[in-house]
Design a protein around this ligand. Structure first.
Ligand SMILES: Nc1nc2c(ncn2[C@@H]2O[C@H](COP(=O)(O)OP(=O)(O)OP(=O)(O)O)[C@@H](O)[C@H]2O)c(=O)[nH]1
Ligand SMILES: [Mg+2]
Length: 209
C-alpha cells in the first residue's frame, strides 16, 4: 500500500467533536513518551504531521489525520490515523490525569469508526502493570487491539529479541491467542511495511464485508 497523502483534520477534546465523516480509523495509545506521535509521522513520512516532544505529555487532545492510500489492487482508500494523549504520566495533577483518562476511554468505547487500536510499548521495558491492566480493560470492553513495540533502534538485535520474547511470554500467561504484534522504530522505519500491510488487510475486510 502506498500513502498518497496525509492531512491533519482536527484536534478534539470530546468525542462529539471528532470528525463526522466515517472511515476506518486506527488509533495509537500507550504511555506518555512511548512514541505514538513519532510513529504516525514515520508511517506517513511527514516528520511535522503530529507534534512530538522529548518531554512526556505532549499530546493532549484526540488528533485526527486523514490518510489517502492506493492499495496493492490500485484502489484508492481513505482512512484515519488518530494520535491520542498518553496515559500514566506521573507529573500531571490528579484532576488532569482523570480528565485525560476520561477523554481516552470515552473515545475508545464510543467512537464508531474505531477499527483497531495500536497499543504501543517501549521495547526496552519489562511488562508494566499499567499496560497489562489497560490491555485487560480493552479485552473486557471488546476492543480489537494490536501491540507495537517501539524504539527498536535503542537495543541491539539480540537484546531486542530477548526483551520482546520475554514480553510475549508474559502475555501468554493471560491471552489466548496473544494479540498481533509489531516491532518498530521511528528512526530506522523498521516495521512500517508490516503495519501498512496489516492496515490494508483490515481495510479490505471492511470493504468486502
Ligand atoms: N530512538 C528513538 N526515539 C524515538 C522513537 N520514537 C519516538 N522517539 C522519541 O521519543 C520521544 C517521545 O516521542 P513522541 O512521539 O512525542 O511520544 P508520544 O507517545 O507521542 O508522547 P505523548 O504525546 O507525550 O504521550 C521523542 O523524543 C522522540 O524523538 C524511536 O523509534 N526511536
Ligand atoms: Mg504524542
Amino acid at each position: 500500500m502506498d500513502i498518497k497523502y496525509a492531512n491533519y483534520i482536527k484536534s478534539s477534546a470530546l468525542i462529539n467533536q471528532c470528525p463526522e465523516h466515517n472511515c476506518p480509523e486506527y488509533a495509537f495509545i500507550g504511555r506518555s513518551n512511548v512514541g505514538k506521535s513519532s510513529l504516525i509521522n514515520m508511517i506517513t513520512g511527514n516528520k511535522k504531521l503530529a507534534k512530538t516532544s522529548a518531554t512526556p505529555g505532549k499530546t493532549l487532545l484526540i488528533n485526527h489525520f486523514s490518510i489517502h492510500s492506493a492499495s496493492s489492487h490500485n484502489k484508492d482508500e481513505e482512512w484515519y490515523l488518530v494520535d491520542l494523549p498518553g496515559y500514566g504520566f506521573a507529573k500531571r495533577s490528579k484532576t488532569e490525569r482523570a480528565k485525560l483518562e476520561q477523554m481516552i476511554s470515552s473515545y475508545i468505547l464510543q467512537r464508531e469508526g474505531l477499527t483497531n487500536l495500536f497499543l504501543l510499548i517501549d521495547c526496552r521495558h519489562e511488562p508494566q502493570t499499567i499496560d497489562l491492566d489497560f490491555m485487560r480493560w480493552l479485552g473486557q470492553s471488546g476492543i480489537p487491539f494490536s501491540i507495537v513495540f517501539t524504539k527498536a533502534d535503542k537495543l541491539s538485535k539480540q537484546a531486542l529479541t530477548k526483551s520482546v520474547d520475554a514480553y510475549l511470554k508474559r502475555l501468554q500467561e493471560e491471552w489466548e491467542p496473544i494479540p498481533p504484534h509489531f516491532i518498530t522504530s521511528s528512526e530506522t522505519r523498521q516495521g512500517r511495511d508490516e503495519l501498512l500491510n496489516y492496515i490494508e488487510t483490515i481495510n479490505q475486510e471492511i470493504t468486502n464485508s
